[in-house]
Design a protein around this ligand. Sequence first.
Ligand SMILES: NC(=O)c1ccc[n+]([C@@H]2O[C@H](COP(=O)([O-])OP(=O)(O)OC[C@H]3O[C@@H](n4cnc5c(N)ncnc54)[C@H](O)[C@@H]3O)[C@@H](O)[C@H]2O)c1
Length: 303
Amino acid sequence: MKVLVTGGAGFIGSHVVEKLIQENCQVVIVDNLSTGLMENIHKEANFIKMDIRSPELLELFLEEKFDYVIHLAAQTMVHKSLELPGYDCDVNVLGTVNLLEACRKTTVKRIVFSSTAAVYGDVTMLPVLETSPTVPTSFYGLSKLTCEKYLALYKKVYGLDYVVLRYANVYGERQGDGGEGGVISIFTRKIHQGEPVTIFGDGSQTRDFIYVGDIATANYQSLLTVHSGDIYNVSTQTEIDVNTLIDSMGKVSSKAVTKIYSQPRDGDIYKSSLSNAAAKQQLNWQPSMPLLDGLARTYQSLI
Ligand SMILES: NC(=O)c1ccc[n+]([C@@H]2O[C@H](COP(=O)([O-])OP(=O)(O)OC[C@H]3O[C@@H](n4cnc5c(N)ncnc54)[C@H](O)[C@@H]3O)[C@@H](O)[C@H]2O)c1
């Protein structure tokens, strides 16, 4: 099958492409290299440097006749969305609508959309279910939630099939500092350079860290599932507090780590863990990478 991966030069996209190629898919990447890197592009994929907002996207779809689209290209930074909500909306919402137009006018059987835990905002009941209230606290969360709603209406109006994946905090090889799981790459560099790591608050805040290879598998499984028009959290459903995370990184790096505690940041979520029961059941998927092994791989690749 022929799959278009938008954002395939990025952190998660490059792992999705690798998985698809392992599964003998024919892969085309569309990426404008705004945060993605040429060195992340798989040599067996066909790379097209293009913006997802480009009017030429439809022409590409007509020529290439994709079976599936995995859509990862996005403005991914929460703080940037707060500084530049119009830019975030342009890339994430209008870019996605441009892509959906190309999908519904051509041969695309299904689109898999990369969404985020940021659509939930501050939730007190853990683990967060897909049915929990969605009250985003950033324009990034809002733009992703808006795209989810566009997908639902495209299915209703044009019959375009879709799967939404809401990722927890993703980490792994080729990770940059800016995205949602970027804290691990920031800590890695600090630990490697023997510098202290700064923790906002007392380090008891938790996150649900999921290895990028498990995200790639969830995307592949989303092409195969018979369940369509659904939303799935992709997570470990395990809370890791920041102190434990840093101690684990100390273990895998065999380095002594100095922690500095500073004021908690406004707007940071205190605890986070997403239920993954639906993805396990309906995508025939489960997270397979233990945290220490995933951290070791990440550490080795980033130093
Ligand atoms: N990293 C995480 O923890 C996390 C968590 C939840 C959701 N996500 C989502 O997963 C997806 C991938 O994120 P990532 O962490 O790999 O980020 P990334 O920045 O590494 O990848 C995004 C890719 O999209 C490309 N891109 C951006 N704007 C584009 C445009 N207008 N046209 C074409 N290409 C464009 C970039 O060049 C980059 O290669 C995003 O949709 C993000 O919102 C990531």
